[in-house]
Ligand binder design. Structure first.
Ligand SMILES: Cc1cc2nc3c(=O)[nH]c(=O)nc-3n(C[C@H](O)[C@H](O)[C@H](O)COP(=O)(O)OP(=O)(O)OC[C@H]3O[C@@H](n4cnc5c(N)ncnc54)[C@H](O)[C@@H]3O)c2cc1C
Length: 478
């Protein structure tokens, strides 16, 4: 079972573009033109004569950095996991080079700095980060997708599905400003033989299904009560060799209660986010923000002290991580899938969201190339999506369950899983091989089962014994 999951995960994470795509559909409609929707549209462009991206915001291919109300999180720091940049280059050859040429940055080895509870951790040499603002990344993605011959954007608010004889045949949509009570607000129908819900974590697809007499997917939530504050600084001559930094706190941390991350982004800027839980709310007051950076490791303190802050500190709150278990549905209309945050939305501090959305697109490609009828219920697609969601959910929720204010739900085997992950995490502070494997898992390059092998556990125990002999991990890692 474990091996099967790891193998399937590896197939979904493939880096090579597929060579066996064929046209199966007349018109596919993607609801939502954010990161997950754009990836889905790219995959569908190989299988449909026409792909329509229905989005309530104006999608301007010429605007590569503008904020938009439909994805308000866009102004917060977004880190891209390495599996995400692999998928970007898979579906958009040359994407990361193009982004860097346009101003994004990359870093690997010692230019990516990680602290756990204030202790510097070695950076595995072969993990590299592509750093840009989220808006810039999405803007370039939008330009590439809307530049495809058979993809176009339609502005409108999706309002429901047309389901005929058990299959999706269209999407109802209304003008963006519609209140629904005037003749001018009359909805329109976009015919479709395949529909992707990429409307984000607040998607109303479940309600639409229920209203049409179909079961709704179970919604699982874990309250995390997360508070974000992001500030942008002008980059100067400080820290010339540091590209990105993260200062993670475990629930046991005596160093700080605030997690911090810094990325060097386009336009010669650095973005810093401070994140706290429950009553720990990083301030939007600039001086208070700088002071809080001063309590973090030196990279944060130095930027806050030396660099000019550009614009205001912007805050954001996310109440929960959530997932919709479409894979458990026994009845589902044909020609309908969901992707991205509409399926699973995680605690953002682990940076899994955009990469998961990209991997859902890979699942879609696997499904459309599998020989399954695309207008039949997509159970096989959702089985693959579950492999991706379980992997990310396990990594992030296991860590979150250790937070004092998080009260469950606890998965079966929670205690042993926590013990094992603590063992590996502690060993990774001094053992380069364990650190490499853990980083591959946290970057979603490898399934978490790769850490649960006897070899890894034995090596971790040995590493901890070594730490005990030589003094604390902190001393060893400094
Ligand atoms: C504070 C914060 C920080 C984050 N940091 C990271 C990070 O570091 N790394 C990372 O990988 N991820 C991060 N994420 C997650 C990331 O933002 C999402 O996973 C990513 O945007 C993919 O989401 P999506 O495309 O599924 O949905 P969204 O980005 O939420 O987009 C949904 C789209 O659907 C449109 N829409 C909604 N309803 C309708 C409708 N009825 N009709 C038409 N259009 C509609 C919206 O306008 C929007 O464009 C973070 C999230 C938050 C909140």
């Amino acid at each position: 079972m474990g091996d099967r999951l790891s193998r399937r995960f590896a197939e979904i994470c493939a880096a090579e573009p597929p060579s066996d795509a064929s046209i199966l559909l007349r018109r596919a409609v993607v609801l939502g033109g954010s990161v997950a929707g754009l990836f889905a549209a790219r995959v569908l462009s190989e299988h449909a004569e026409e792909v329509v991206v229905l989005e309530r915001d104006e999608l301007d291919p010429a605007d590569v950095s503008g904020a938009r109300p439909g994805a308000p999180q866009g102004v917060q720091v977004h880190a891209l996991l390495q599996a995400g940049s692999v998928q970007l280059d898979r579906w958009f050859p040359g994407f990361s080079t193009e982004l860097v040429e346009a101003g994004a940055t990359t870093g690997s080895g010692d230019s990516t700095v990680t602290y756990i509870d204030g202790v510097r951790k070695a950076s595995p040499p072969d993990v590299s980060n592509l750093c840009s603002s989220r808006l810039f990344l999405e803007g370039h993605l939008r330009r590439r997708v809307l530049g495809l011959d058979n993809v176009r954007a339609v502005r409108g608010r999706a309002d429901g599905l047309i389901i005929t004889a058990g299959k999706v045949t269209g999407v109802r949509h209304v003008p963006v400003e519609s209140t629904g009570d005037s003749a001018a607000d009359t909805g329109q129908v976009l015919a479709a033989d395949f529909v992707v819900d990429a409307m984000g974590r607040s998607s109303r697809l479940s309600e639409w299904l229920e209203q049409a007499g179909w079961p709704r997917p179970a919604l699982r939530r874990m309250n995390v009560d997360l508070n974000y504050a992001t500030a942008v600084f002008r980059r100067g001559d400080e820290l010339p060799t540091v590209n990105s930094a993260v200062s993670f706190q475990t629930p046991q941390s005596t160093f700080s209660r605030t997690t911090a991350a810094m990325v060097s982004v386009e336009g010669g800027r650095r973005m810093i986010v401070l994140a706290g839980y429950a009553d720990n709310r990083p301030s939007r007051d600039p001086e208070e923000f700088r002071r809080a950076c001063g309590e973090q490791p030196r990279e944060f303190a130095e930027i806050a002290e030396r660099c000019e802050m550009i614009g205001p500190v912007l805050t954001y709150r996310q109440a929960d991580s959530r997932r919709r278990d479409f894979h458990r549905l026994d009845r589902l209309p044909g020609g309908l899938v969901a992707a991205g945050d509409a399926v699973s939305s995680f605690n953002p501090v682990y940076g899994q969201g955009m990469t998961s959305g990209a991997l859902h697109a890979s699942c879609l490609s696997e499904y459309l190339r599998s020989g399954a009828s695309p207008t039949a219920p997509a159970h096989r697609y959702f089985d693959d999506v579950r492999v991706v969601v379980d992997a990310a959910w396990q990594t992030s929720t296991l860590a979150d369950l250790g937070l004092p204010h998080v009260t469950g739900p606890y998965p079966r085997g929670y205690r042993i899983m926590t013990w094992l992950s603590g063992l590996v995490a502690n060993a990774s502070l001094t053992d380069a091989d364990i650190n490499h494997r853990l980083t591959q898992v946290t970057n979603m390059l490898v399934h978490p089962n790769a850490l649960a092998t006897p070899g890894v556990l034995l090596r971790s125990v040995r590493a901890l014994r070594g730490q005990a002999r030589n003094g604390s991990a902190a001393t060893a890692a400094d």
